[in-house]
Design a protein around this ligand. Structure first.
Ligand code: PAF
Length: 287
């Protein structure tokens, strides 16, 4: 496995590559990331597999955990090498952002200012900008993202479509611990007591999904908006009662995350974000 610390190094290493499969990460890797690498290699077996490790300042608000975000580069490289990754792109900040990044990708408000975007203003501008820039550096044929960051995946898919980028985006199901907690780099912030309780978020989403399915089978089409609001409100209250501070727990359409006003054949997803102590976790479940 080779490591490129600059765009110039990366371009030199990738010059002979006929095909490139790409997994962007911020490091502090866990089994969920390694699954993305596995899928990248399966999707394009003859491609050079590239993973990037870059903690992107642009997607963190000033009060967020940019400085304390775990940087575990040596361990990340060992894991990537064992997974068969060919090239790690780990640019220095001064290489990716040699001057203030004033050209930015602004995703549409209806997709990027809701849910995560409402609670983390500017987050998807930061994500879209760095992913667009990483795409320009790597020039992948395929790029693989986890569905754990469901809204991020939607934003990237729309960006690639609207900008006519010749990249096939693959979304990969979330890997979970035995108790159901979605694997996440931020799980490491949980105390052992919080870790034991953290499953309550995915359990609540499961309960919401089951309630939606119940209502769908009851064919209460005309009451959809009311039914969904009630399921969401009850879920918020149930998590609050367990000592969480939920930001949102919602039922949305999968394809554009729009609000459900009518039950139809369009597939739905439940999404949630909530704080347990000082750790903010997100999760989702496709119905
Ligand atoms: O999902 C992540 O780890 C980040 O948002 C990404 C896509 C690597 C961009 O910094």
């Amino acid at each position: 496995m080779q490591i490129a610390h600059s765009i110039e190094d990366l371009r030199r290493l990738l010059k002979p590559a006929k095909q490139r499969a790409f997994v962007p990460t911020m490091g502090n890797l866990h089994a969920g990331h390694l699954e993305l690498v596995k899928v990248a290699k399966q999707t394009l077996p003859d491609a050079i597999c590239v993973a990037s490790i870059f903690v992107n300042r642009l997607q963190f608000a000033p009060h967020e955990d940019f400085d304390s975000y775990p940087r575990t580069f040596a361990n990340d490289c060992a894991l990537l090498e064992a997974q068969g990754c060919d090239v790690v792109f780990a640019p220095q900040e001064k290489d990716l952002y040699p001057e203030p990044q004033v050209f930015k990708v602004h995703p549409p408000a209806e997709l990027a200012d809701i849910l995560e975007g409402a609670f983390r203003p500017g987050f998807f501008v930061g994500v879209s900008t760095v992913v667009h820039k990483l795409f320009n550096c790597v020039q992948p044929d395929v790029a693989v993202f986890g569905k754990k960051d469901y809204q991020q995946l939607m934003v990237i898919q729309r960006m690639v479509h609207q900008m006519a980028l010749p990249i096939h985006i693959v979304g990969v199901d979330t890997l979970r611990a035995d108790d159901g907690l979605a694997l996440s780099s931020r799980n490491g912030y949980l105390s052992s007591d919080e870790r034991a309780r953290a499953v309550e978020l995915s359990a609540t989403l499961k309960h919401m999904a089951a309630s939606v399915l119940d209502q769908l089978s009851g064919n209460l089409a005309s009451d959809a908006a009311k039914v969904v609001t009630q399921i969401e409100d009850e879920a918020m209250q149930s998590l609050r009662d367990k000592g969480w501070q939920p930001d949102y727990l919602v039922v949305r359409h999968q394809h554009d995350l729009s609000v459900v006003t009518q039950f139809s054949d369009a597939p739905l997803v439940v999404l949630g974000a909530a704080r347990l102590g000082s750790t903010r976790l997100i999760d989702n479940l496709e119905i």
